[in-house]
Design a protein around this ligand. Structure first.
Ligand code: GLU
Length: 309
């Protein structure tokens, strides 16, 4: 495929959903996110062959929120490998991203690393032998390496807003600590988690940073192996089954690609052996996933005929 045909695919897909832009509701439980313009829309495709296509606000930074959990999962799998699965399962949750109910029934072992409880355990593991500041810096260094962009950082206004309103996440950590599934202090775990959720990146940067997942763990930007092929496949499987919380089945049905969403309105989808698509539209559906972003990815997958099935 050439840059022109890639551009045509992205253009016609994005134009087909243009009348939906502005739909959905911005996340309002984090006040700093409630102020984002709902009419923003961006998309970026980067391929392993070095081709690229962009649409709309593709270069504008936004709060990546739960998309950051893909990066923390990669770091944790490299740190402790399959031992992770003693503390977090890899099953779809069928529940909201911040649900408390299931965690009690399952004795403090989260269903998967992408629901909030699971990602909070990842933060706890990243804190092993590190201060909260060093753990956050480890995530940022990793992002700088895989994106080739040293300026990626945290939006401190969002981080403070998240920390001030982290009552539900705090209750998840407290409960898991009571089940002996958290080793560090509740406030240290929340500090790492809320800061990595508050990282700002553009669609272009996100697509670039996740190319290693389209290439079995090998990053074509830094020319380095980021993770083993086996673990890269596992991350993609978890994205396929758990990347969209209780709407993961609907996303797989409509898009057919492993993906991860965040309440900032971004979604990243991996096309194995081809490349990465990122879309951003801040209006969310009832499950906390970008409403227009999901439609855009559905259109891109349909027009390009990319799917893993
Ligand atoms: N920081 C958000 C939270 O903890 C992440 C949720 C999301 O992006 O889905 O609620």
């Amino acid at each position: 495929m050439t840059n022109t045909s890639l551009g045509k695919i992205l253009d016609s897909a994005c134009r087909s959903i243009q009348n939906q832009i502005g739909s959905g509701k911005v996340a309002n439980y984090i006040p700093a996110l409630a102020r984002v313009d709902i009419k923003k829309f961006g998309a970026a495709i980067l391929t392993l062959n070095g081709e690229s296509a962009f649409f709309g606000d593709a270069y504008e930074s936004f709060s990546i929120q739960s998309i950051s959990k893909v990066f923390s999962l990669t770091l944790v799998l490299n740190q402790i490998g399959d031992k992770l699965w003693k503390r977090v399962h890899h099953e779809p949750s069928g529940n909201a991203f911040n649900s408390i109910v299931q965690l009690e029934m399952e004795r403090g072992i989260p269903r998967n690393p992408f629901i909030n409880a699971g990602a909070l355990v990842l933060s706890d593991i990243l804190l092993k032998d590190r201060t909260p500041e060093a753990s956050i810096q480890t995530i940022l260094n990793f992002l700088h390496e895989i994106s080739g962009e040293g300026r990626i950082g945290i939006n401190h206004e969002v981080a403070i807003s998240e920390l001030e309103n982290a009552h539900r996440n705090a209750s998840l950590v407290h409960f898991m600590k009571s089940c002996n599934n958290i080793e560090n202090t509740v406030s240290d775990v929340l500090e790492v988690y809320c800061n990595h959720c508050s990282i700002s990146m553009s669609c272009e940067e996100l697509s670039r940073s996740m190319l290693f997942l389209a290439k079995e763990g090998f990053d074509p930007i830094s020319n380095k192996r980021i993770i083993s092929p086996e673990l890269a496949r596992r991350i993609n499987s978890i994205m396929m089954l758990c990347g969209h919380y209780d709407a993961s089945g609907d996303f797989a049905y409509r898009v057919g690609l492993p993906g991860k969403s965040g309440v900032g309105g971004g979604i990243v989808a991996i096309v194995p052996d081809v490349g990465v698509i990122t879309v951003w539209s801040p209006g969310l559906n009832n499950n906390g996933n970008s409403l227009v972003g999901t439609s855009a990815l559905e259109a891109i997958a349909r027009i390009s005929n990319w799917n893993i099935l």
